[in-house]
Design a protein around this ligand. Structure first.
Ligand SMILES: Cc1cc2nc3c(=O)[nH]c(=O)nc-3n(C[C@H](O)[C@H](O)[C@H](O)COP(=O)(O)O)c2cc1C
Length: 222
């Protein structure tokens, strides 16, 4: 180690393998679907732990890792979250969302009933930390918390999918109730609630979710 740096561990691959892996990654990720109908089959805690470690390996502003993951399997806490979320969702679907947003959600067929918050074996409440630092317990200002947490959430969802689990990214609005229920400080912003488990037998997904933009639609090349 010189000057606070260490040699990079970089695993170079032959070009054919690079291409094959790029294709395989796309094929695997493209089969991920947001699920809203979960089985109550248990899922081992170690799988959730490994997925959270994967999320925690994500890049972040100044490497402050401005995230906290509350992993919940307690039926009592899941019930509290369901009750609080459904209260917010009732107001949301009763009009707080506004006509344009409700219209955008129509093809998904969602409503204010969120039974999966109790049925699924795991909920992961992800919090974004406004203050922190590279070491646990630091209290410095954090930077780019939304970008950092968004990337970490992507890692988390990909890791859970790769482990053979289904997820739902749930965002009851507002979801400050998560701070109270999960005993997180006010300076942490509830970021996402990820529902994790097996899909219920015969689970269906909206056709709307299968519409994905083409490479031409989402990219430009110079
Ligand atoms: C930030 C974010 C918030 C979301 N919030 C909800 C939600 O509250 N409830 C829900 O049923 N789906 C929610 N979703 C899931 C989207 O509806 C879903 O990703 C989209 O319809 C595409 O489907 P797919 O994930 O199967 O590709 C959310 C997704 C994201 C990325």
């Amino acid at each position: 180690m010189t000057d606070g740096h260490v040699p990079l561990k970089f695993n170079e691959l032959p070009p054919e393998e690079m291409l094959a892996r790029a294709h395989q990654m796309y094929e695997r990720m493209a089969t991920r679907r947001t699920v809203r109908d979960f089985s109550d089959r248990p899922v081992a805690r170690e799988i959730i732990e490994q997925a959270i470690l994967t999320a925690g390996s994500a890049p972040s502003g100044a490497n402050h890792q401005p995230w906290h993951f509350a992993a919940i399997q307690s039926p009592d806490i899941k019930l509290q979250i369901r009750e609080a979320a459904e209260e917010e969702e009732r107001a949301f679907y009763d009009g707080r969302a506004g006509a344009e947003w409700l219209d955008a959600l129509k093809p998904l067929g969602t409503d204010d009933h969120k039974p999966f918050l109790e049925t699924a074996p795991w909920l992961i409440a992800m919090f974004a930390q406004r203050r922190g630092g590279v070491h646990a317990g630091d209290t410095r200002k954090n930077y780019y918390i939304n970008e950092s947490c968004g990337i970490a959430a992507g890692f988390l969802i990909a890791a859970l999918h790769e482990a053979g689990l289904a997820t739902l990214t749930h965002t009851p609005k507002p979801m400050n109730f998560l701070n109270d229920i999960c005993a997180r400080p006010d300076e942490e912003k509830p970021f996402l609630l990820i529902v994790v488990g097996y899909p219920a037998p015969g689970a269906q997904v909206p056709e709307h979710a299968l519409i994905k933009k083409s490479l031409e639609d989402i990219s430009s090349w110079f």
